[in-house]
Design a binder for this molecule. Structure first.
Ligand SMILES: [Zn+2]
Length: 381
């Protein structure tokens, strides 16, 4: 299995290459799109000969490394093909367009030796050198580098490593709106997400206030909206990065894999605004947490398992009886009378479904946490 991590670093990219690559892509698009035949359904008929001619044409007066032209052609073919797929489903825009000034740098265009990344710009005379050892957050224990993406200011680096994920034990995580409840090493843990919730809410308030302005000053409000959305996204991502990094480190120490719920698409059309908002945030939390934790664990050779969460808050983790609301978020089993926090019920069920009914492990957790039947659990955040 291949574990992948990506990092963005600031670089002074060669502006002339970025501009010329952008122009070459536009010319390639024009040429390739003229080979799209639209009768009932659209399809691309670009022969090997057509492609060779186009390549020769684009290479006239091209002073940069030749592989950039191949990469531009490939990326445009990919773009046209996905446009065709959309078109044939009746969902395509009028015509595909090149909008971003991003250069894809495949592995034939760079070398990596002793921590130095050397990207060919003009054959045998001009290079962009990046010393990856200067960025201590980029791991050095990788097997190879994947293709690079370059914009005017940034270089995205992808590191890859072969792993065979395996673990001695399993931890479980249930992601909610304001907390993540977990079982790690037979202990129930709670990670507070209220700070994250606050970030989202403050930005949502700002957004609504700006939207009210939008009729008077559409340009300004559009710019402000983008600014706040970006800031919110960065802060929220930053929060999740810190949390998942520390959890991944702990699981590495304990040689623990992770069990999480398999997410499905939630329909929130019928809910009111505030509930809709909270559902969206919950979903963002869960997706972002799962995505980040998974690739960080995989990098450490630890597996991740997804289980079906159906009825996980309504089933008694001890006797499989049905649980009903008792007091606020406290649930009570109608069969065995155990009283548990709702989030704890969910995470116990996830753990059980992931491990396949380790009844004894569950008893241990419940005893260890001082949770007994007919006694209210005291899980604090
Ligand atoms: Zn029960």
């Amino acid at each position: 299995m291949e574990a992948v991590k990506s990092y963005r670093i600031q670089v002074e990219a060669p502006k002339d290459l970025i501009e010329e690559y952008f122009k070459v892509k536009q010319r390639a698009l024009e040429a390739i799109f003229s080979h799209v035949k639209i009768s009932k359904k659209a399809h691309l008929s670009l022969s090997r000969e057509d492609r060779r001619k186009l390549r020769d044409e684009l290479l006239k007066n091209w002073r940069f490394s030749k592989h950039y032209v191949d990469s531009a052609i490939n990326s445009v073919i990919g773009l046209v093909k996905s446009w065709i797929t959309l078109h044939n489903r009746g969902r395509a825009e009028s015509k595909p367009e090149i909008t971003k000034r991003t250069v894809y740098i495949k592995s034939t265009l760079f070398s990596f030796r002793d921590g130095i990344l050397k990207i060919s710009i003009e054959p045998n005379k001009r290079y962009l050198e990046v010393d990856l050892r200067r960025y201590d957050w980029i791991p050095s224990d990788f097997d190879r580098l994947g293709g690079l993406l370059m914009t005017e200011k940034e270089l995205t680096i992808t590191v890859k490593k072969n792993v065979e994920p395996k673990a001695d034990k399993w931890a479980s995580f249930d992601v909610n709106l304001t907390n993540i409840t977990a079982i790690i090493d037979s202990k129930i843990r709670c990670y507070d997400l209220r700070e994250l919730y606050h970030i989202h809410r403050v930005c949502e308030d700002k957004r609504r206030r700006i939207q009210r302005l939008s009729r008077l000053k559409p340009e300004t409000s559009k710019r402000l909206l983008e600014k706040y959305s970006r800031r919110e996204k960065n802060r929220a991502k930053d929060f999740m990065h810190k949390l998942t990094t520390s959890i991944a480190e702990e699981l590495k120490e304990k040689n623990c894999g992770a069990i999480m719920e398999r997410l499905k698409n939630i329909k929130y059309r019928i809910l009111n605004h505030s509930k809709k908002m909270n559902r969206k945030l919950s979903k963002w939390n869960a997706r972002t947490f799962q995505f980040m934790l998974e690739y960080k664990l995989l990098w450490n050779g630890l597996p991740v398992k997804y289980v079906n969460p159906k009825n996980s808050s309504k089933t008694c983790p001890l006797c499989s009886g049905s649980m009903a609301s008792y007091l606020g978020r406290i649930m009570k089993c109608e069969e065995c009378n155990i009283i548990l926090d709702r989030d704890v019920v969910v995470v116990l069920n996830l753990q059980m479904r992931g491990e396949g009914f380790p009844q004894r492990a569950l008893d241990e957790i419940i005893e260890g946490e001082g949770l007994s039947r007919n006694e209210t659990s005291s899980i604090s955040t």
